[in-house]
Design a binder for this molecule. Structure first.
Ligand code: UDP
Ligand code: MG
Length: 317
């Protein structure tokens, strides 16, 4: 590479919540990777790692501080409270200084060496590079089926997401600035990034077990992220309600005609238990479901109109 060409400054953003068990190893691997990339003249020597402490209750922040004193390439940002993975990630992305930014989880489940492939793709002119899992062998059967089914459902509903891609990705400065333009409080990055456009590609990697510690994503948080992904991007469920309403009304009309016919033209007009009880349960369930879906969207409007700030930074290293 010619020395006049300016090398891109890379920032690796890592959200961390109670990650004291893995953090030292993560720091070791990421700084080794940075050294390698700098030596290979792929990124500028001002490149850094930005840890975002998402209001951890353990020693995460003091470990980040210690890593920073030992190696100033490691930077830290402490949020004032636990705000969840998506918000922590956004806080890191929006504070990152680099010309290219890669986001990765702290737990080393995503193969860090894929970052080099991402940088290569960036050098070839791609502004968004998605890290895509090759296999999901290490995930539990439940996680695998629910996750893959969910990606398929999103695509079916018309939300463009990259199959088996989570939040391991490279963004160019331009793509990142474009994402900042999206003002919604509930930013579902996996849905927003494909909307932004620019030239993009994917790199594939094997996903491994968590290096240490346990998942910070319990079922409750997973479901809430899944719901956000749908209700932030499509009004399709609302349309389903209307269609269901139409179908049920049409069926009721047929029922009425049948009842009248039975009453006036046959002798078998027994007071029917089944035919009155079944519709009551069915319609009750349908109505509750529909109100629930409407409620989800109303709640969205409620939170968005508040225009609440997403996070506060308590400390920066
Ligand atoms: N995380 C976070 N805030 C939270 C929960 C998780 O910043 O409230 C971080 C966590 O430290 C990790 C990443 O988000 O770096 C992904 O979490 P985890 O590995 O527990 O999720 P899983 O891989 O099990 O889906
Ligand atoms: Mg993980």
């Amino acid at each position: 590479m010619s020395p006049v060409l300016k090398l891109p400054q890379l920032t690796i953003v890592v959200p961390c919540y109670n990650e004291q068990e893995v953090l030292p190893e993560t720091t070791k691997r990421l700084s080794a990777l940075l050294n390698k990339l700098v030596a290979a003249q792929k990124v500028a020597d001002s490149s850094d790692v930005l840890y975002v402490d998402d209001g951890s209750k353990d020693n995460t922040w003091s470990l980040i501080r210690q890593a920073h004193t030992e190696n100033p390439v490691i930077k830290g940002l402490k949020l004032s409270a636990n705000r969840g993975h998506q918000i922590a990630l956004i806080a890191g992305l929006f504070s990152a200084k680099g010309d290219v930014v890669v986001s990765i989880d702290a737990d080393l489940q995503d193969d860090v060496s894929a970052i080099e492939a991402m940088i290569d793709a960036y050098a070839q002119g791609h502004e968004v590079v998605y890290g895509v899992r090759k296999l999901r062998q290490v995930d539990t059967v439940f996680k695998r089926f629910s996750a893959e089914g969910y990606y398929k459902l999103l695509n079916l509903l018309g939300v463009k997401v990259v199959f088996n891609h989570a939040d391991y990705r490279l963004l160019s400065r331009r793509a990142l600035e474009a994402i900042k333009e999206y003002g919604e409080a509930n930013l579902f990055l996996r849905g927003i990034v494909p909307l932004v456009g620019f030239k993009s590609t994917s790199v594939y990697y094997d996903r491994s077990e968590r290096f240490a510690g346990e998942s910070k994503y319990p079922l409750r948080k997973m479901l809430s992220l899944a719901m956000d992904g749908i209700t932030s991007f499509t009004a399709f469920p609302l349309r389903v309600i209307s269609v269901m309403g139409l179908l049920v009304s049409f069926t009721s009309l047929c029922m009425i005609l049948w009842v009248l016919w039975t009453k006036f033209f046959t002798d078998s007009a027994l007071p029917g238990w089944a035919s009155s009880v079944i519709p009551i349960y069915f319609l009750g369930g349908l109505q509750l479901l529909s109100i629930g879906v409407l409620g989800e969207y109303v709640a969205k409007i409620y939170f968005e109109t508040k225009r609440r700030p997403r996070y506060f930074i308590e400390e920066m290293l």
